[in-house]
Design a protein around this ligand. Structure first.
Ligand SMILES: *[C@@H]1O[C@H](CO)[C@@H](O)[C@H](O)[C@H]1NC(C)=O
Ligand SMILES: *[C@@H]1O[C@H](CO)[C@@H](O)[C@H](O)[C@H]1NC(C)=O
Length: 263
């Protein structure tokens, strides 16, 4: 690949290097070829699509968008955790810290398992009604409470699943026949879509920039930085709330469903 494709120009619109392919020069655009360079075309297309998107947002969906954003922050929005959560301010750009920086290992799995302890929680019939949940044929445990999962635990489950897919050579040996379906591409696609929607819904707008970390203008020689802070849920406050009503995956007996005939 000609070095000319890795000029400083490339970096003017590309901070995150998650698509190394984009640095490849397509065969039909030799650097000496006349015409619009491929990356300028790509950029123009991106800008056009963005402009179109923005104009649609502004003209058609503006009110809807604004309204739903406010709804998400309304204190009176129906949540089970109202009053239980604390918030904290912390740096928007995280360092990889222990144990999350470990290679796939028993220790890392234990950390993930620990994070997932409060995945399934007990929800009373009154709470289901208050939350506007349809109770028809919904899974219940022995005393009649319902089984609930808060969205963030679904998102974490998805992330853990994708992590295991990435390191499938490590995890494959222990995937049982029963679990095999979880490892199908379909489940991964569902997880990608779930996380895409979740990220876009919460739309972190912390500002990042890039610092040259080596004396070169090769794109890979810069590192993302951010001095931004963001407001975060204090995880302990949420976990404490959820653990108090967590269903033990080994010790919980479910009422056998379906329940159509049990009223
Ligand atoms: C509740 O769920 C049942 C079963 O899926 C469905 O038949 C019923 O229409 C739902 N009720 C409401 C109010 O959505
Ligand atoms: C697979 O199962 C064996 C036996 O239970 C266990 O020793 C090993 O740590 C497991 N490996 C993974 C990757 O979970």
């Amino acid at each position: 690949m000609p070095e000319t494709t890795k000029t400083a120009k490339d970096q003017t619109y590309r901070l995150l290097e998650d698509s190394p392919d984009l640095y490849e020069t397509p065969q039909d655009t030799h650097p000496f070829q006349k015409g619009i360079p491929w990356h300028v075309k790509a950029l123009s297309t991106t800008v056009l699509v963005l402009l179109l998107y923005i104009s649609i947002l502004v003209t058609r969906n503006h009110l809807v968008v604004v309204r739903s954003c406010h709804a998400a922050e309304d204190a009176d929005m129906k949540t089970l955790t109202t009053g239980a959560l604390k918030y904290q301010t912390r740096p928007a750009w995280p360092d990889m810290t222990y144990p999350w920086n470990l290679e796939p290992s028993e220790e890392l799995d234990a950390a993930w398992d620990n994070l997932m302890l409060a995945q399934n929680i007990r929800v009373t019939a009154q709470e289901m009604t208050r939350m506007g949940e349809n109770t028809t044929n919904r899974a219940r445990v022995e005393n009649g409470d319902y089984v609930g999962v808060l969205g963030v635990w679904h998102h974490l489950h998805c992330l853990d699943h994708l992590r295991r897919m990435i390191h499938y050579d490590y995890y494959a040996a222990n995937v049982t026949g029963k679990e095999a379906a979880l490892y199908l591409t379909e489940h991964s696609d569902h997880c990608v879509e779930t996380l895409r929607v979740a990220l876009m819904c919460r739309a972190d707008v912390a500002l990042y920039s890039a610092e040259w970390v080596r004396s070169s203008h090769e794109p890979e020689n810069k590192a993302i930085r951010s001095d931004a802070n963001e407001k975060c849920v204090d995880w302990e406050s949420l976990e404490k709330w959820a653990l108090a009503r967590a269903l033990d995956p080994r010790g919980t007996r479910y009422l056998p469903g379906p329940y159509e005939h049990q009223g």
